[in-house]
Design a protein around this ligand. Structure first.
Ligand SMILES: [Zn+2]
Length: 435
């Protein structure tokens, strides 16, 4: 089986989705708008591309219990695999949003007849990044589009989409796979050992797409350096991540390229950072008692390190912006600078949320053990002994309280409460909640 073929047979852990879309095709009931709803890294874009491939395929096949699937070998299928099909367009945010001029460009293309394919397909990834005016403009297009146009909107939740758009859409739900399903895929597709599969699953915080990418890296079993060193290693890994991206940004060839590159850190990851974050969270949770000054010091160091990482990344765009000053009007430059700033600050905010998610997953695992769940349900299966220890020390009520606390902290960060305060408070309480 070639994994480069874009088809439902290669879609991982989304059998229900594949069957629903395959049936939609074979029964001839193609909706004009599909809403692919589910968490990131569950295969929404691969599924959208596979559906586009099926719609445009010259010779659909019936395979693996599916009513219809793209053949994967015809000219059309190969073009979709190479992202060069003229009738399939993926629209991604320009900066942090899908802007109205992008939607207007879509409108012009949608009015044309398909070139080589039978359908004109637009994939909006993600549609929850449409702003108010671009969402309204899209709605008008949906109302007026000719019947050969198919829209696939990708979103985290249906709640992020205008109700008027939602009511016109066929909803395709993407379930998040369980940790044991992810480990099984890693072991089967990448021939990873059970230990290596557990590490990849754990470092990705249970995201399938990310864990598949991690499987390509050689991840050494992490040592346990204790809180003193693990917090320093985590902060150093933030700096190393920033340097990694600075090197990439320095290669930007134009303003458009710079924007595209700046969007990547929010969607990609740097394995050493994941490993060091995981280890820091582990040692934080396993610490018997934290030094009294640790929460405030760490919160300050973390936010300081993130700020300087962002500033350093911004700096790497300066030569390009200085060069562009000669060619572009000031207003355009200001827009681009603003978009780069908000992308990089988005990266910084994402680092804090990932830290909290990691803490949450440790506690959730301990709660599962405390409630007598099967160990195959654990996300951090590679650290089973630690989780068992934690579950033995903290009782169910305490673990629930900690999970609630982390959840509340995520809410505070999203409402822009000062990050250093949120982190300090969280660590004080987690460290302070002694048996
Ligand atoms: Zn084909």
């Amino acid at each position: 089986m070639s994994t480069s073929k874009v088809c439902f047979r290669n879609l991982l852990l989304q059998d229900t989705v594949a069957r629903q879309l395959s049936y939609s095709f074979s029964s001839g009931r193609i909706a004009q708008t599909y809403l692919f709803a589910g968490s990131e890294s569950t295969g929404r874009l691969p599924a959208a591309r596979s559906f586009a491939a099926l719609l445009q395929c010259e010779k659909p096949v019936t395979l693996d219990g599916l009513a219809a699937d793209a053949c994967g070998v015809c000219e059309s299928c190969r073009r979709i695999a190479g992202d060069s099909h003229p009738d399939v367009t993926v629209i991604r945010p320009d900066g942090t949003e899908i802007r109205i001029d992008q939607v207007r460009a879509l409108q012009e293309t949608a009015a044309l007849k398909p070139g080589t394919g039978r359908w004109l397909i637009f994939i909006l990834d993600p549609a929850d990044r449409l702003n108010q005016s671009s969402a309204n403009s899209l709605l008008k297009i949906l109302e007026e589009a000719p019947s050969h146009v198919v829209f696939i909107l990708i979103a985290r939740e249906t709640g992020a989409i205008l109700p008027t758009v939602l009511s016109r859409s066929e909803i395709v739900r993407f379930a998040s796979p369980s940790p044991s399903e992810i480990r099984a895929v890693l072991a089967e597709k990448h021939a990873l050992s059970a230990e290596a599969a557990a590490i990849c699953c754990s470092l990705s915080e249970g995201r399938l797409g990310q864990s598949l990418l991690l499987a390509e890296f050689s991840l050494a079993e992490t040592v346990s350096p204790g809180l003193k060193y693990s917090h320093a290693n985590f902060l150093n890994a933030i700096e190393a991540t920033s340097r990694y991206w600075q090197d990439i940004f320095a290669g930007a060839t134009s303003l458009e390229d710079a924007l595209r590159l700046a969007a990547r850190p929010c969607h990609e990851f740097y394995p050493p950072l994941l490993a060091n974050r995981k280890e820091f969270c582990r040692s934080l949770i396993m610490a018997v008692a934290l030094p009294a000054s640790f929460p405030i010091l760490f919160a300050d160091m973390l936010t300081g390190r993130l700020d300087s990482a962002v500033r350093a990344m911004q700096k790497s765009f300066e030569p390009l912006l200085a060069e562009a000053k000669k060619a572009y009007p000031a207003a355009v430059l200001k827009d681009v600078e603003g978009a780069i700033d908000s992308l990089l600050h988005g990266w910084s905010g994402q680092q804090l949320e990932e830290l909290l998610l990691c803490l949450l997953n440790w506690h959730s695992d301990a709660l599962k053990v405390a409630c007598g769940a099967d160990e195959s349900l654990l996300l951090n299966l590679d650290r089973k002994e630690d989780i068992i220890t934690l579950a033995a020390v903290d009782d169910v009520a305490l673990l629930r309280a900690q999970i609630e606390l982390v959840g509340k902290s995520v809410g505070l960060l999203r409402r822009h409460v000062q990050p250093a305060l949120v982190i300090e408070n969280l660590i004080t309480q987690i460290g302070g909640l002694e048996p």
